[in-house]
Write a protein that binds this ligand. Structure first.
Ligand code: UDP
Ligand code: MG
Length: 313
């Protein structure tokens, strides 16, 4: 029997052995009150503890688990969940019990008005070292994308199925899903959600993710602005730099011909050369990003997939 579920719950987990069973119990009590069929998809993102074994011990054929070969990051885990999900409604939440399953009916209700709905941890229960950079990211992303929501990076979100099938995330791009969805033409709503402090396990995010996140914001910005005609952007800069270079060279050659000592001006040219090379590098990087973003191949390897077992567990 392969009945298509109405709701797909996607949970990316990395070393959450103390949380997964309690989370399942909480999900079960909420979902069994909703008159809709569901599937719960755990994506075990290369856990090195007993997370996978704990999920496997759940005797419920509605629970699926996909296990990655190693830790590829939350974006890869979500991306895989998006591909696997069969429900008309797709809900993502963190596996650390910080997001409360009780909010699911509110998400579903709000989803009638929007293509996707993002959670807003208005009273975020995390240390200031996380909440402050997050405020900055949200402000910047709001400014760049024009999407007027408070919290882009909340892991708790709900989507109509077609949204997740049309969004391509990798790196740290999961932080900007509302901006990417808006760019594709989808409407984005937001609801305030309760947020609990993390009781078991550790947060996996440190300072290096901030930097990666900032770099990926550049990608999002360029995706939103120049995806269709990158040449108009890069070509413009190229022309400007190229003409400047030609002008300076012609000027210096002219001085040289008329017998003026050029002195240490070649150094000046070296400066220009470096500027041009720098610009080339940035452009190349961005072009690479743009091409990467339109790719279809996944950058994760699946070690185990309960979907592929014919009779379930
Ligand atoms: N996570 C993951 N892969 C990673 C890092 C985190 O799947 O490489 C999962 C993690 O297990 C949790 C969710 O993503 O379910 C959010 O992670 P975390 O709680 O560490 O982030 P925070 O809430 O501190 O931003
Ligand atoms: Mg957390």
């Amino acid at each position: 029997m392969s009945n298509k579920p109405c709701i797909s719950i996607i949970i990316p987990v990395h070393n959450e052995e103390e949380n997964v069973l309690e989370l399942y119990e909480k999900l079960y009590s909420t979902l069994s009150l909703i008159e809709k069929t569901y599937e719960i998809i755990f994506i075990d993102d290369g856990s090195t503890d007993n997370t996978f074994e704990k999920i496997e011990s759940i005797k419920d054929c509605k629970v699926k688990v996909v296990r990655f070969q190693r830790n590829y990051g939350k974006a890869a885990a979500l991306s895989c969940g998006f591909k696997k999900s069969k429900g008309d409604i797709v809900i993502t939440l963190d596996g650390d019990l910080q997001d409360d399953p009780k909010e699911i009916p509110r998400f579903i209700n709000e989803l009638k008005k929007y293509d996707m709905v993002s959670g807003w941890k208005s009273k975020r229960q995390d240390p200031i070292s996380k909440t402050l950079p997050s405020k900055f990211f949200n402000w910047l992303t709001r400014f760049i994308s024009g999407v007027k929501i408070n919290d882009f990076n909340c892991g708790y979100k709900a989507y109509n199925n077609y949204v997740v099938k049309n969004i391509n995330i990798y790196g740290e791009l999961h932080r900007y899903i509302p901006a990417l969805a808006h760019w594709k033409g989808y409407t984005v709503g937001e609801i305030e959600v309760e947020h609990h402090p993390r009781i078991h396990g550790e947060s996996k995010y440190g300072v290096e993710r901030l930097l990666k996140g900032l770099l990926d914001l550049i990608t999002v910005t360029f995706l939103m602005m120049y995806k269709k005609r990158p040449l108009h952007m890069f070509g413009g800069i190229g022309f400007l730099l190229g003409f400047t270079g030609v002008f300076i060279s012609v000027y210096l050659v002219f001085l040289w011909i008329t017998g003026v000592e050029i002195g240490n001006r070649p150094l000046f040219m070296l400066g220009i050369l470096l500027t041009v090379i720098g610009a080339q590098f940035v452009s190349l990087g961005l072009i690479g990003e743009l091409i990467t973003n339109s790719r279809n191949n996944d950058d994760y390897i699946i070690k185990y997939d309960s979907y592929e077992l014919e009779n379930g567990r």
